[in-house]
Write a protein that binds this ligand. Structure first.
Ligand code: ACM
Length: 556
């Protein structure tokens, strides 16, 4: 590919005409000629490039137009997310019937093509207002492109630390700029319930805030002695979902059960195992780790969560949220072992043990969601005790869960913690803020391979794609999230989108060269990324305990 265009993620092919390379400019004459089906991209171009350039992009066809269209030929060749972008309109606009043509296999393809157009215009195209009276010039190229995977995601944990709505909308903009198309929205956990549920108002009245917060890893002696919390109203959620849909991003809401539920139990103590713990004394958890306070395996709890999911399905429409995540991870069984109610339930349901109760929960919601036209997805622990039919798996504890699930015919999203947990530190030095987990550098992420080696072709077809996960225990605000996510999300986006060779054969030096330009795009966007030379002084958190893990464990 043509290195000087510095496109990230790298497209399939770029052709630059040998005879008349040249550049031409977008200016006051530039119009927007949008065919049916491309309206969202037209709106995005006007709002985003209009703000950055100060150009009006009036509607209309003609030699100065940016033409947006859906093409069956592109669909056949590159699928609905593929596109062809051609900027070889004549420099003076005299001979061509459009200056720029973006043809997508479908509406999403047109949108991804528009993202490439923005990259071609240079870093200032990422600002919110013009900073120079300079030209908006484009190289004359034809780009052909299509994603490797249909699921290119980011999980954002807004429970451990709440991120205000505007920060979530901005995160969606950043995903779109990297051609990522799935936003896994981790809305509930022990440390906070973040989505308004009208029929259970205490979930947010009580469950959305805590009086203090552990500062650093759970072994740290430090606390932030200030209330922390927040939640999204139902209209906030609708706005987030609509903002994502405009950007061809699917939202996967996650409501965690039967573990990671202390915030819900603090709000409604009857949800917990009241025969073994005084759940009325529980508060929203203020520290980190795997929590023993899990849901009671009762019919009343199922009904309560059905009510929650009814509202969730109303807020996340099937067209843009076909998958609903129910968590299913890290559910300690100690309370169920000690609880006469849970033990009676095991007998009554004819289950072998407590693992059976976990699958009983998951299977119930698998059937319940399927009956409403949705698909359940859960963490790979949902494989224990038998995977519900039709369920998909987020493989986080390595490749193994994903391999087992794919070989059994279940769809899989690869997000192994050893590779793409962006809460893990990105350099070995002492300067990394609150260092957690393994060292996973930009290069490590660039060399991540989502499809496990040795998987049969049939099983590999079940790998829907991949996502990076951002758990926010030690990210107290947007700047900390930016630091952990960037620049590694750029490498991840290329892994998820581009047709890269095997990990060892990837041209990391070439990627780093392209990153020189990409850092300038991120600067223009105001992203607080980790600079290649290490953190700025204000990005450090000296003296706060982390949990560095050494070495590279085998990926299993
Ligand atoms: C997870 O990291 N517990 C999914």
């Amino acid at each position: 590919m043509a290195d000087d265009l510095d496109l990230i993620p790298a497209p399939l092919t770029v052709e630059q005409p040998g005879s008349a390379p040249g550049r031409f400019t977008l200016d006051e004459r530039t119009t927007l000629d949008a065919d049916a089906g491309t309206e969202s991209t037209a709106r995005w171009l006007r709002a985003t490039l209009g703000a950055a350039t100060g150009l009006p992009f009036a509607a209309g066809a003609g030699p100065h137009a940016v033409r947006l269209r859906i093409s069956e030929e592109v669909a056949r060749e590159h699928g609905p997310e593929g596109y062809r972008l051609s900027t070889d309109g004549s420099p003076d606009g005299s001979a061509a019937d459009a200056a720029v043509v973006i043809e997508g296999g479908g509406p999403a393809g047109v949108f991804w093509g528009a993202q490439t157009l923005r990259q071609l215009l240079g870093p200032d195209a990422y600002r919110k207002a013009p900073v120079t009276a300079g030209e908006w010039s484009l190289p004359r190229v034809t780009v052909r492109d299509a994603p490797r995977f249909g699921w290119r995601g980011l999980l954002l944990d807004v429970s451990r630390h709440f991120l205000p709505k505007d920060d979530v909308l901005r995160q969606l903009d950043l995903l779109a700029a990297h051609k990522l198309n799935v936003f896994h929205f981790h809305l509930t956990d022990d440390q906070g319930w973040r989505i308004e549920i009208k029929r259970h108002p205490k979930l947010t009245e009580v469950g959305a805030w805590r009086s203090r917060t552990k500062w650093g890893h759970r072994a740290s002696p430090l606390w932030t002695e200030a209330p922390h919390g927040g939640f999204y109203t139902q209209d906030d959620i609708r706005e987030i979902v609509a903002h994502a849909a405009e950007r061809h991003i699917t939202v996967v809401p996650e409501i965690d059960l039967p573990g990671h539920a202390q915030a819900a139990i603090a709000a409604y103590p009857e949800l917990g195992n009241t025969d073994v713990v005084d759940t009325a004394a529980l508060t929203v958890w203020d520290t980190w780790g795997v929590n023993p306070n899990v849901l009671a395996p009762t019919e009343a709890v199922l009904r309560f969560y059905e009510g929650v999911f009814e509202e969730v399905l109303g807020l996340f429409p099937a067209a843009t949220s076909p998958f609903v995540h129910v968590g299913g991870d890290e559910c300690p069984k100690d309370q169920w072992k000690a609880s006469p109610t849970a033990q009676a339930r095991i007998k009554e349901l004819g289950l072998a043990d407590e693992d059976g109760l976990q699958s009983w929960f998951i299977r119930h919601f698998d059937r319940w969601l399927a009956a409403r036209g949705r698909r359940l997805i859960g963490w790979d622990e949902i494989l224990e005790g038998g995977l519900a039919e039709g369920a998909a798996v987020s493989s986080w504890r390595g490749y193994a869960g994903g391999i087992t699930a794919a070989e059994a015919g279940h769809d899989v999203v690869m997000c192994p913690e050893q590779q793409v947990y962006l809460d893990h530190r990105q350099a070995p030095g002492d300067d990394e803020p609150m260092p957690i987990g393994y060292v996973r550098t930009l290069e490590d992420v660039y060399r991540f391979e989502p499809v496990p080696p040795g998987l049969s072709a049939e099983a590999a077809a079940h790998i829907l794609g991949t996502q990076a996960n951002v758990w926010t225990e030690v990210m107290e605000n947007r700047a900390r999230v930016d630091y952990q996510v960037f620049p590694r999300l750029a490498a991840f986006a290329e892994v998820a989108w581009s047709a890269l060779p095997a990990p060892d054969d990837r041209d990391y030096a070439g990627f780093e060269r392209r990153m020189d330009t990409h850092y300038r795009r991120l600067d223009a966007l105001g992203v607080d990324y980790r600079p290649p030379a290490g953190p700025h002084p204000w990005q450090r958190r000296p003296g706060v305990v982390g949990r560095p893990l050494e070495g590279t464990p085998p990926i299993v």
